[in-house]
Design a protein around this ligand. Sequence first.
Ligand code: SF4
Ligand code: SF4
Length: 58
Amino acid sequence: MELDRDKCCYCGGCVGICPENALELRETALCIDGERCKNCGLCAKFCPVGALTKDENS
Ligand code: SF4
Ligand code: SF4
């Protein structure tokens, strides 16, 4: 997944949505664990500001 850091408002909503626990909200950044992420796109659908987009190359 690709994160647009300018759009993300760190609401943390996507963290609880991910079935793989690949998302973690730290103080100043949302971290995506590329090892865990299955690129299912759930978080991208959930994000209210469209900050997450599917990485078509993975
Ligand atoms: S694409 Fe799916 S597995 Fe990857 S971070 Fe988003 S919800 Fe989690
Ligand atoms: S749901 Fe969107 S705005 Fe909220 S923390 Fe996740 S990526 Fe950022």
